[in-house]
Design a protein around this ligand. Structure first.
Ligand code: RIB
Ligand code: CA
Length: 322
């Protein structure tokens, strides 16, 4: 039986790998992509989501465009990390087949949760503005979802935007605070995603040869989107494909190990903005309200992603996608 999955996303090189992984998985039915500001303005993350779907002939998947700014703080985007327009690679310009539906992303999240009567999983792999708006529209959203898995936060490890904050939580800290407080999330943060690399040399068919078509070239770019200075800063050899670890954890329960904590998110002040705080010593005496991924089986993760990309490449002769 396939599991319905809705992905809230800000493509984004690692988002693109996560989306391809979900689309390639027979056990998942991707019921839509809801787009949000983040790696680029929402107009561009929406265009990128549409282009990815057209790129892999999945124009059947609806796209619902969402928030163009955070709830309260000013918009900040990350083209300096993901490239001009918010994504690298060789994507086509999106056509009419993937024109976004009229429904706002937040409303679409609520409608999809209601329609699937508790069976829908929601993967939130960008800033949480749409999810916060959705739970404002429908306070019962957490009970209507099978699970909410978030790429965001840095509970016990340094941040990637400030010493305490990860990019998605920093982008919209008030949304992150609302969602962590109200939505019983599973948080797959930098504690595990910083080391979630998938070096392209592991993927048969991605050898960077001259004969590569647009899909090979794009995958090569998405798997290596970090510049050398960023690799050096984080002490890693290959780009972190953060968002794909969320989808992998939905496909295979053994990919990440989680622990339950009382969680809070800093929303104001310079240093506290976007900080994910896990009460590991139970000093607040507050009830646990979420789970944090504290370890991952990276070999299992890489095997899942590599097999999925090789299956996709095997179906796409490079001369077809010239
Ligand atoms: O901090 C990593 C997160 O920020 C990922 O979701 C990446 O796509 C960016 O959105
Ligand atoms: Ca993302």
């Amino acid at each position: 039986m396939t599991r319905p999955l809705l992905i809230d996303t800000d493509p984004g090189c690692d988002d693109a790998v996560a989306i391809l992984l979900a689309l390639e998985c027979d056990a998942l039915e991707v019921t839509g992509l809801t787009t949000v500001h983040g790696n680029a303005p929402v107009e561009e993350t929406t265009a990128n989501a549409r282009a990815i779907l057209e790129f892999v002939d999945r124009t059947d998947v609806p796209v619902a465009m969402g928030a163009d700014r955070p709830l309260l703080v000013d918009l900040e985007t990350s083209e300096h990390v993901h490239g001009e327009g918010g994504i690298m690679g060789d994507l086509p310009d999106p056509g009419p087949a993937t024109r976004p539906i009229e429904t706002h992303a937040a409303q679409y999240i609520v409608e999809q949760a209601r329609a699937h009567e508790g069976d829908l999983s929601l993967a939130a792999i960008g800033p949480l503005t749409n999810v916060a708006l959705a739970v404002a529209i429908e306070p019962d959203l957490p009970d209507l979802l099978d699970e909410l898995v978030i790429m965001g936060g840095a509970a016990f490890t340094p941040g990637n935007v400030t010493p305490l904050a990860e990019a998605n939580f920093h982008s919209d800290p008030h949304a992150a605070r609302r969602v962590v407080r109200d939505c019983d999330p599973t948080i797959v943060g930098l504690d595990v995603t910083q080391r979630a690399a998938v070096p392209p040399e592991l993927v048969d068919g991605l050898d960077g040869s001259e004969g590569d078509g647009p899909l090979e070239r794009s995958l090569q770019a998405w798997l290596t989107y970090y510049e050398d200075d960023r690799l050096e800063r984080y002490g890693i050899d290959s780009a972190a494909i953060h968002d794909a670890l969320v989808v992998a954890s939905l496909i295979d329960d053994d990919v990440v190990e989680t622990s339950v904590y009382h969680l809070e998110v800093g929303a104001d002040g310079d240093l506290a903005r976007g900080a994910l705080v896990a009460d590991a010593n139970d000093v607040t005496g507050e009830e646990p309200n979420g789970r944090v991924a504290v370890d991952a089986d990276y070999e299992r993760y890489r095997e899942l992603v590599v097999r999925s990309l090789e299956r996709r490449l095997a179906r796409t002769p490079s001369d077809v996608t010239q």
